[in-house]
Design a protein around this ligand. Structure first.
Ligand code: 6AU
Length: 274
């Protein structure tokens, strides 16, 4: 059976990776597979959004490099709210440089990403050096936070004419399999279980799928973004749905977040046959 027919709880109990387990357990506890993409540019707005939408989400996704007054208070606030509302943090930094540069961008740099982000994504345009470099950082003996850290790979993109297709997507799957101790999933537009990768899946393989550009109403924007509904995204194999404008554009963001949470959860229950 496809992994997506198992419940989050069953998958969490089979999953060896502690970070993936936390994602699955948080989804189950909060009855939410919703990720809010908080592309906000001030600390006050970012924290306000996390506090207001925190009850409805499993994960809070940040673009920390757009916060104009970023600092110690931003990190402290995010960590406090993550605890208060029991959500995880995904920093959407999309690292892309050579290994030695991304190590500094991730850990100890101005944006303190390793301090607050449970997961970060990276593009593998430059090959496997970037995955190797970031894996080394999180497995080093002196890298210690109360909770472990992991990474995900954008293996496909939702924009029209994306170049992340076919052999690129397959390569992402191969790289993830080679680095299972630090890579726990993909940003994609569907389940990647059937992608013709060079490597074969290992016995207990269970990479999480994050589908972005999910919207209940729009089909596209004017800059090439293409949407699917929460139900379609979950049916396509998504474990977590990422929403930004669909929620912000609504007059009452809290109600809208609740509507996305409900639709995503209902689609998940249907998928596992409940
Ligand atoms: O719902 P939207 O279209 O307002 O926002 C979608 C969010 C933005 C993008 O930076 C991000 O999802 N995104 C990503 C990610 C998460 O990596 C990949 C992709 O293929 N498309 C996409 O929109 O924050």
């Amino acid at each position: 059976a496809s992994l997506s027919s198992f419940s989050y709880t069953e998958r969490a109990s089979r999953r060896p990776h502690p970070v993936a387990r936390r994602f699955l357990e948080t989804a189950e506890t909060k009855q939410s597979n919703l990720i809010i993409s908080a592309d906000l540019t001030t600390t006050v707005e970012l924290l306000k959004c996390a506090d207001k939408l925190g009850p409805y989400i499993a994960v809070f996704k940040t673009h920390i490099d757009i916060v104009v007054d970023f600092g110690v208070e931003t990190v402290r606030g995010l960590k406090e709210l993550a605890k208060k509302h029991n959500f995880l943090i995904f920093e959407d930094r999309k690292f892309v440089d050579i290994g030695s540069t991304v190590q500094k961008q991730y850990h100890g740099g101005a944006l303190r990403i390793s301090e607050f982000a449970d997961i970060v994504n990276m593009s593998v345009l430059g090959g496997d050096g970037i995955v190797e470099a970031l894996s080394q950082v999180v497995s080093a003996p002196n890298f210690s936070y109360p909770d472990e850290r992991a990474f995900i790979l954008p293996a496909e993109m939702t924009s029209r004419d994306s170049l992340a297709t076919n052999s690129y997507t397959a390569k992402c799957v191969d790289l993830a399999r080679d680095h299972k101790q630090s890579v726990i999933g993909f940003v994609a537009t569907r389940s990647l279980e059937s992608v013709p990768a060079a490597s074969s899946p290992s016995k207990n393989e269970d990479f999480l799928i994050f589908i972005t550009s999910v919207n209940q109403k729009s089909k596209a924007d004017k800059l090439g973004q293409q949407y699917q509904t929460p139900t379609d995204a979950i049916d396509a194999g998504s474990d977590f749905i990422i929403v930004r404008r669909g929620i912000y554009a609504a007059e009452v963001a809290g109600q809208s977040a609740r509507a996305y949470q409900k639709e995503g959860w209902a689609a998940y229950l249907k998928r596992i046959g409940k």
